[in-house]
Write a protein that binds this ligand. Structure first.
Ligand SMILES: *[C@@H]1O[C@H](CO)[C@@H](O)[C@H](O)[C@H]1NC(C)=O
Ligand SMILES: *[C@@H]1O[C@H](CO)[C@@H](O)[C@H](O)[C@H]1NC(C)=O
Ligand SMILES: *[C@@H]1O[C@H](CO)[C@@H](O)[C@H](O)[C@H]1NC(C)=O
Ligand SMILES: *[C@@H]1O[C@H](CO)[C@@H](O)[C@H](O)[C@H]1NC(C)=O
Ligand SMILES: CC(=O)N[C@H]1CO[C@H](CO)[C@@H](O)[C@@H]1O
Length: 422
């Protein structure tokens, strides 16, 4: 009698306790987020779950952003929200030096509309799906996720329904390092962006590979590496003495149809005031080049296509051509390849699918690069169109970038990540 009572008690304890134990003892090796390109704004939008009860929160992806911020003015309801006291570990991690009413604060930036304000650092529950690199797995939660409170007007210019920005920069509180610290996994993440048409998913994976796209291509196995550099000057806020959290790489030359174009190489390195160099950005829809680099690229591109008719520009793109003069291929419009030759003498090859943008009902094909003016902060800003269907892995521990080059060469695309749970 006593035995069976104990046995029943044990069974019931196991029944009630085991899911909780499993939940807390489950250590994901990687986490996954879907990303979609908004056709109207050309922004890359992801969705996380936050608060108690959990609600879906749509955010614009900012590769160089230093923290996740959301609009706390409208619709922020949560029974688990906490503020961060000045001098607390959370305020220090967030490098939030401002203090008001005992609560620490920091600058809220919207690099798309160039607006900003200051906001409080807050802490709340965040939920995200784990992954084995092939499919999404169970959702896991970060009970004390650190974020920043923005205001409604800072949402200006963001896509419909978006309530903040997900920063993926190299700061301790941006998603990559905060999630890596929460689950003790590798300080690496990968992005694989898809174009808006046909409407498809791209993917962000926090943690190490595999990064598997159907039909069973593990892209982590075929990456080419180049060093990542730190700009000593925060290019977003312009504060001296505060290094940038954005991702810079070393472009050494640019080749069009295998011929180097003439460049002022001074522009390719970062000077002591933070000017120059090359960064990667998800908030610029097209690559932005300093004027002399832009002109040299357009000249070389036009010269390499003597039989293609140039037509009127379609803003913001300056070099446009008659689509019917350009043959299509499996790799997009058949145009001269553009190679960014990087540190380590490796090439980031930009093929037609990534160099050409079809406009005006596809009648016009424009070179998807923009003139950035004569003295921009950063000489080359590699933008969204050039990143699509190219898996990029940012390894913060080794400070290097792994890139796949166009996945079309491996007969796959970013949309081939299998978002059906196993
Ligand atoms: C090259 O660029 C640097 C930095 O903008 C500038 O100071 C210099 O005058 C340029 N050199 C030439 C030859 O245009
Ligand atoms: C351009 O057209 C001319 C005349 O039809 C031809 O001889 C030449 O090979 C063409 N060039 C290219 C690069 O296709
Ligand atoms: C860089 O690589 C290219 C092609 O991969 C090769 O032709 C060239 O000699 C290399 N240059 C150096 C300096 O190693
Ligand atoms: C996606 O994953 C699910 C679950 O593992 C599987 O049943 C399905 O066949 C996969 N689809 C593709 C296209 O691989
Ligand atoms: C600390 C803090 O900001 N608490 C807020 C959490 O959210 C409720 C409403 O959902 C507010 O009343 C609290 O002030």
């Amino acid at each position: 009698m006593a035995l069976s009572y104990n046995f029943l008690l044990l069974c019931s304890l196991l029944f009630f306790v085991s899911p909780i134990v499993a939940q807390t003892s489950f250590r994901p090796k990687a986490l996954v987020l879907p990303v979609q390109k908004d056709a109207a704004t050309l922004q890359y939008i992801t969705q996380i779950k936050q608060r108690t009860p959990l609600v879906p929160v749509k955010l614009a992806v900012h590769l160089g952003g230093n923290i996740l911020w959301v609009d706390c003015e409208k619709g922020y309801v949560s029974s688990t929200n906490k503020t961060a006291r000045c001098g607390s570990a959370q305020c220090n991690l967030a490098n939030a030096k401002a203090c008001g009413g005992g609560i620490c604060g920091a600058g809220v930036n919207n690099p798309i509309s160039n607006t900003g304000t200051s906001g409080d650092i807050r802490i709340d529950v965040l939920s995200i799906q784990s992954t084995n690199g092939r499919n999404p797995g169970r959702a896991v939660t970060v009970p004390n996720f650190i974020f920043l409170c923005g205001s409604e007007f800072v949402l200006q210019g963001l896509a419909n329904g978006v309530v903040g920005i997900a920063g993926l920069g190299r700061s301790k509180v941006a998603l990559p390092l905060q999630l890596a610290a929460a689950f003790s996994f590798d300080r690496k993440f990968a992005i694989c962006l898809s174009p808006a048409f046909p409407r498809t998913n791209g993917v962000i994976i926090f943690g190490d590979g595999p990064y598997v796209l159907s039909p069973n291509v593990d892209v982590s196995k075929s990456l080419t590496y180049t060093p990542l550099f730190i700009n000593p000057v925060n290019t977003e806020s312009g504060f001296l003495g505060e290094p940038s959290v954005e991702y810079f790489i070393g472009v050494k030359s640019i080749r069009v149809s295998d011929k180097a174009i003439p460049l002022n190489t001074t522009l390719l390195s970062i000077d002591s005031e933070g000017f120059g160099g090359t960064k990667i950005s998800t908030v610029n829809p097209y690559t932005v080049l300093e004027t002399s680099i832009y002109n040299a690229l357009v000249q070389a591109f036009v010269n390499a296509m003597p039989n293609v008719t140039r037509v009127a520009p379609v803003a913001p793109l300056g070099a446009c051509f008659k689509s019917s003069d350009i043959v299509s291929s499996r790799f997009g419009p058949s145009v001269p390849p553009i190679d960014l030759v990087l540190q380590n003498n490796v090439s980031w090859s930009i093929i037609g699918a990534n160099s050409i943008v079809r406009v005006n009902n596809n009648d016009v094909s424009c070179l998807g690069f923009v003139d950035g003016g004569v003295r921009p902060m950063t000489s080359i800003v590699i933008g969204g169109h050039q990143l699509e269907n190219n898996l990029l892995q940012f390894d913060l521990a080794s400070s290097r970038l792994g890139f796949s080059n166009s996945l079309l060469f491996q007969r796959t695309v970013c949309d081939n990540f299998n978002f059906t749970s196993a």
